[in-house]
Design a protein around this ligand. Sequence first.
Ligand SMILES: Cc1ncc(COP(=O)(O)O)c(C=O)c1O
Length: 370
Amino acid sequence: MTDFDPDRAAADLLHHADRDHASGRPLGPPIVPASLYVLPGEPAGPYQYGRWTNPTWDATEHALATLEGAPVVSFPSGMAAIASVLCSLVRSGQRVLLPSDGYYTTRLLADQYLRPNGVIVEECPTVAMAEVDLTGFDLVFVETPSNPTLQLCDLSALAERATEAGAVTVADNTTMTPLGQRPLDHGIDLIVSSDTKAVNGHSDVLFGHVAGRNPELLERVKQWRTVSGAIPGHFESWLVHRGLETLELRFNRMCDSAEVIAGRLVGHRAIRSVNHPGLAFHPQHALARRQMYRHGLLVGIEFADAAVANTFAEQTRLVTPATSFGGTHTIADRRARWGDQVPEGYVRLSVGCEPTEPLWAAINQTLDAL
Ligand SMILES: Cc1ncc(COP(=O)(O)O)c(C=O)c1O
């Protein structure tokens, strides 16, 4: 780990734009809905055309950069961020390694757009990623903890071996946010994030970003955004900026509650198994303690079958059946309904910002009735 201090970063984030003490300056960033900017003479200056740059994107990217410790390029969704990396950095004949148990749409993107265009895509489970022979790979993409199986990969070991092999490394950090884990500090080249989840955190925006300390790689990603037109909206950027201001409060509450709830679920007669990196018996708990600042807000719960899992998701007070995670509301999602390779009764619980004890009481009430 580096000397990164999530608390200090969260404090700096709140004041990232504070140096200007001009009287009457609004505290928050302005929403600038510009498709064009006044531009006499030869093109010059930071704002020339709306697909290239926007002051509201800049404000949000600057705020995110405070947490990432690296420059940021923002996107209209997490998948747009992932597509920007995979499409701008990889070409026909090159080899890419993807996690076989991570977010399924990343694999779908590879199936529908990389493989048909001549990119060689191979897959491997997240737990094996750091040990697999990386010779000949051009890009290695990892997601840790993976969604929905909450498996971990040793980021430092992976970065070291991939760099030796000459591959660019990319980590999807959606499940952790930069306050929970900073893959760039472990030597990973680029992170991608779906800010639709905890970063925005209010279930009202799709958004994403890429961050990295290698200017050449990040410039290629930015160029992809400019040319493909996969640009974020100004209003969505502003909402993410607002959401970010409470990320530290929300993330810590969610992680605290997830840890308490995961511990109390263990051994309940209605549950087959509980999966959370903070549990001492999680197979990679030691690694979690080494490379993560928190253990995350997701808890995997395996019930006997789909029917029991659905009853839990649909009938627990203070729990909403829905897909996605990281928002203020606690959400339960039976992942096999989306085709994920998990048991039929596996529920991904995204622990929200409800105070812990009422939330636990509601969950426990349903469990006791199952
Ligand atoms: C780990 C992970 N990465 C990326 C994405 C894609 O994000 P978005 O829905 O914002 O495109 C998701 C969405 O669930 C995700 O869970």
